[in-house]
Design a protein around this ligand. Structure first.
Ligand code: 1GP
Length: 241
């Protein structure tokens, strides 16, 4: 059953905020997964994103299969490349990097994904991915060879997100980048949210309960956190159910 997107919409209509834990197959070691998942299961997290900028072939499939043995939470691929697609997950964010001008990440990789998605049960969720400057160069920037939108260019960011919605995307993801020095500023989240009718995801550099709440109160429907949990698994304790 392809229910990930409809569940996101239902949660929003019930006034519930989402928390997605991002697990990078390149960084998560198999021996640490059991403890990590125990903590995750006791936390408020309601989605698991799996992906990274640079991931070995098959590492995603192996990790997703292992994660499934610990949880029933939906597993959503957040792929940096076509090689990360696996049928074992529930859904995939079909990301188009609309803040950049690299055709490979706007449409190129998507074309190559089609043959892999044919006959697959993955729920495909078209997502406009908007990279915002955070104070340092991030992996996304290096890998995609695109520049983030400067954080002071608020109108550009708002218009980019809105253009994604008008193109028919079902989610907008405002990304400061993994391990960002500064998360997406509150006012940017707020201005983007005011323009959008589709759900808004915010991620990158969120390391505290306060930053999480700030993103929520300014309009994020789902917040994505990866690095803070990787660095210190006890952060889950602050976000218990
Ligand atoms: C990165 O938005 C995600 O793509 C999460 O970022 O690792 O900084 O939490 P962090």
């Amino acid at each position: 059953m392809k229910t990930v997107y409809s569940n996101i919409l239902n949660s929003i209509s019930e006034g519930k905020k989402g928390l997605a834990v991002l697990i990078d197959p390149d960084k998560m070691k198999s021996e640490g997964l059991s403890d990590f998942m125990k903590k995750l299961n006791k936390s408020k997290a309601n989605l698991i994103f799996v992906g990274g900028s640079i991931v070995d072939d098959h590492a995603t499939e192996i990790l997703v299969t292992e994660i499934k043995t610990y949880t029933n939470l939906p597993i959503v691929l957040f792929p940096g490349d076509v090689t990360q697609l696996t049928n074992r997950a529930d859904a995939v964010l079909f990301l188009s990097l609309i803040s950049g001008n690299n055709p490979e990440y706007l449409i190129g990789k998507h074309i190559r994904a089609v043959s892999k998605l044919k006959g697959s049960n993955l729920e495909v969720i078209p997502t406009g991915y908007v990279l915002i400057e955070n104070g340092k160069e991030t992996a996304v920037e290096k890998v995609t060879k695109t520049k983030p939108i400067p954080r002071l260019n608020v109108q550009d960011i708002v218009d980019t997100a809105k253009a994604g919605e008008l193109l028919g995307m079902k989610l907008i993801y405002l990304e400061a980048g993994s391990g960002a020095l500064h998360p997406v500023p509150a006012e940017i989240i707020s201005f983007v949210k005011q323009e959008l009718k589709i759900p808004l995801i915010v991620g990158g550099g969120i390391r505290s309960q306060h930053q999480l709440e700030t993103a929520y109160t300014n309009g994020a429907d789902i917040v994505v956190i990866g690095t803070a949990f990787e660095d210190d698994v006890s952060f889950f304790d602050e976000l218990k159910k």
